[in-house]
Ligand binder design. Structure first.
Ligand SMILES: Nc1ncnc2c1ncn2[C@@H]1O[C@H](COP(=O)(O)OP(=O)(O)OP(=O)(O)O)[C@@H](O)[C@H]1O
Length: 302
């Protein structure tokens, strides 16, 4: 196992009684990389997170966290792993500082780190207030501070920005980026595709317990065959000069596959003197919907 791998899962299967929640899931996240864990409700994301945390044992398969095989590990607490659950819920009569001090004591971490985090997350002013007086964003920042108390080398985040305003979300992603730069591997489970798009290196898309796709964003984009959109205010004039482009026109854009892209850009700049154009690669949401469309419809049973 390479030392650069933060977490890897090999051929994970899990069933609850006779229901198969995960079917042959494999992936690896390197240190310094962020992987988005995506999928519909009930796809198996939380089950996978619980397996990575060692909270449930997979029916089959192996998990390696920071170079250690989870199944043979005696004390999971020794692993430098942080976790932010979907709904941060701490005892709300305690103050922010008491909560962090409580977790710090459990993990054998000194109070200086708590003070540093309260300051870093802009919670110093509210540190002596009971949690019940905190806003959603403040609770989330406190939850995130708790998750990184032990300076984790692997961080698992379940819907870290749900319900947060854009500034608060940006702040959390800037913190995630700092951790990445320090070599932390990060897995983010989220439905907020447009928000996470610029903050991830790879994605694992689950549907009904199976991996529909896994890899870097550019690999997923290429494998999907989704096209790049080229738009320009002078597009119609250019097409009048180069009528062979008409077949690529859809609505107000040229839809280009990987092979066509550089040839068309060359044609537009050299032959049509068109320099005012923009290229838009398929967004993560389009890629996600493309792969979801490959599997049979997901029926949600309540
Ligand atoms: N303890 C359990 N016992 C039986 N079935 C379970 C249990 N936990 C989860 N499941 C089932 O396993 C499947 C996957 O659930 P999981 O919570 O992992 O999905 P998810 O992708 O996290 O969904 P969501 O996005 O809604 O949180 C679902 O069909 C769920 O009903």
């Amino acid at each position: 196992m390479s030392a650069s791998i933060a977490v890897s899962a090999s051929n994970i299967r899990h069933h609850y009684a006779d229901f198969q929640a995960l079917d042959d899931i494999s992936f690896a996240v390197e240190r310094g990389q962020t992987m988005a864990l995506l999928g519909h409700n009930g796809a198996g994301k939380s089950t996978l997170i619980k397996i990575l945390l060692g909270l449930i044992k997979p029916s089959e398969g192996r998990v390696n966290v920071l170079g250690k095989d989870l199944s043979s590990l005696r004390n999971r607490a020794d692993l430098k792993m942080g976790y932010l659950p979907e709904n941060v819920s701490f005892y709300d009569k305690l103050t922010g500082k008491e909560i962090l001090n409580y977790f710090a004591a459990l993990k054998g971490i000194g109070k200086v780190r708590v003070e540093q985090l309260l300051q870093e997350f802009g919670l110093e002013y509210a540190q002596d207030r009971a949690l019940k007086t905190y806003s959603k964003g403040m609770k989330q920042r406190l939850g995130f501070a708790q998750a990184i108390l032990s300076r984790p080398e692997l961080l698992l985040l379940d819907e870290p920005t749900v319900g947060l305003d854009p500034v608060a979300s940006k702040f959390l992603y800037s913190k995630i980026d700092e951790l990445k730069q320090q070599g932390c591997g990060v897995i983010v489970c989220t439905h907020e595709l447009s928000l996470i798009e610029n903050n991830i290196d790879m994605a694992l898309i689950l549907a009904k317990g199976k991996a529909l796709a896994a890899g870097s964003l550019s690999d997923l984009r290429a494998a999907s065959g989704l096209k790049t959109r080229l738009t320009s205010p002078q597009l119609l004039e250019a097409i009048a000069l180069q009528p062979q482009l008409t077949s690529m026109l859809c609505d107000d854009a040229l839809l280009l596959d990987k092979q066509q892209k550089s040839a068309v850009v060359k044609l537009l700049t050299n032959q049509c003197q068109l320099f005012d154009f923009s290229l838009k690669e398929p967004a993560l949401a389009e890629i996600y919907h493309f792969y979801m469309g490959q599997c049979a419809p997901v029926v949600e049973v309540s």
